[in-house]
Design a binder for this molecule. Structure first.
Ligand SMILES: [Zn+2]
Length: 308
């Protein structure tokens, strides 16, 4: 690594880093090709982005939370590739950025991935004050025209030219399978409408909100299941008492009746009733019957005597 490169990096760091501590790589941030949205950056916009992206931190989307997976741009360069012509018929121009990461145990694998040439798609966020129609030159932020993006007018295809960059927010690195064309994507914000990204997610809830909602629903479901089970329990208990009374069973036996439906309980009760009614003592349904039964009375007497 050249001392000059390290010097540029160290302008951005809190303490001077050594050559061994840093990992340097380069990415293409954006270009002048018409993108999937039918938009492209003007030469002026590329120049502005070149200045604005120096010092900007990029994140690796698969691990945005990990602090050590951040990279920072320390140098940008506009490169013209004369061997390639854009859809617009101009030489291909792109904004190349050099970024560094401080080597850590956590980003070892990531560095190996980048070294291994796994293709990455870079996504940038920026704000453009002007959106120029490529056919008539009007600023779509100020006036509407009849030209439609992607449609051909004569030999020219209409696109929107993004110009006058007012801010560059961030860049992120997305690993994509090698067979997919690793193009440049961008999130674009018109400065007159900086909350474009909020608008895109209007009506959506954040993952945090979703997880809270999910927990609440789970809790409510558990409560409903619990109440339903309790209600069923009460219903069965009431049915057992009612059937015990109707079939002339002692109160104590009502809870011992089996069955989940009134029919089943009734059948069981009738069976038991035949048994109990064959005995001499077959007290009717009565909460006091337990105490009044001869057997219990004898126990009570015995208890009285023991106490005495
Ligand atoms: Zn137009």
């Amino acid at each position: 690594m050249e001392q000059e490169t390290l010097d540029k990096i160290n302008k951005l760091t809190r303490r001077p880093l050594t050559e061994d501590e840093v990992y340097v790589f380069s990415v293409v941030l954006c270009d002048n090709e018409i993108d999937r949205d039918g938009e492209r950056f003007s030469d002026k916009a590329l120049e502005e982005l070149k200045d604005r992206f120096v010092g900007k931190t990029g994140i690796f989307d698969h691990n945005a939370a990990a602090v050590n997976q951040n990279a920072r741009i320390f140098e940008t360069e506009l490169v013209t590739d004369d061997s390639r012509i854009t859809k617009n018929g101009e030489p291909y121009k792109y904004l190349k950025a050099s970024a560094y990461m401080v080597r850590t145990d956590e980003n070892k694998n990531l560095i190996a991935e980048i070294d291994g040439g796994i293709k990455k798609e870079v996504s940038i966020s920026c704000s453009a004050a002007k959106r120029i129609c490529s056919i008539c030159g009007c600023d779509k932020n100020e006036a509407a025209c009849s030209h439609v993006k992607g449609k051909s007018y004569g030999d020219k295809q209409c696109c929107t030219i993004l110009s006058d960059i007012t801010d560059a927010y961030e860049w992120s690195f997305v690993a994509v399978p090698a067979q997919i064309n690793a193009g440049v994507t961008k999130k674009y914000f018109a400065s007159s409408n900086a909350s474009e990204s909020d608008k895109n997610f209007e009506g959506w809830i954040s993952p945090e909100e979703a997880s809270v909602l999910h927990e609440t629903i789970k809790g409510n479901e558990a409560t409903i299941a619990d109440l339903t089970a309790k209600n069923k329990e009460y219903e069965i208990s009431t049915a057992k008492m009612k059937i015990a009374y109707e079939t002339g069973l002692p109160f104590e036996l009502s809870e011992r009746l089996s069955g989940d439906t009134e029919d089943e309980i009734r059948k069981d009760a009738e069976k038991l009733a035949r048994y109990t009614s064959s005995g001499k003592e077959s007290p009717r349904f009565n909460a006091e019957s337990a105490v009044k039964s001869t057997e219990n009375a004898e126990y009570m007497d015995m208890l009285e005597k023991l106490r005495g």
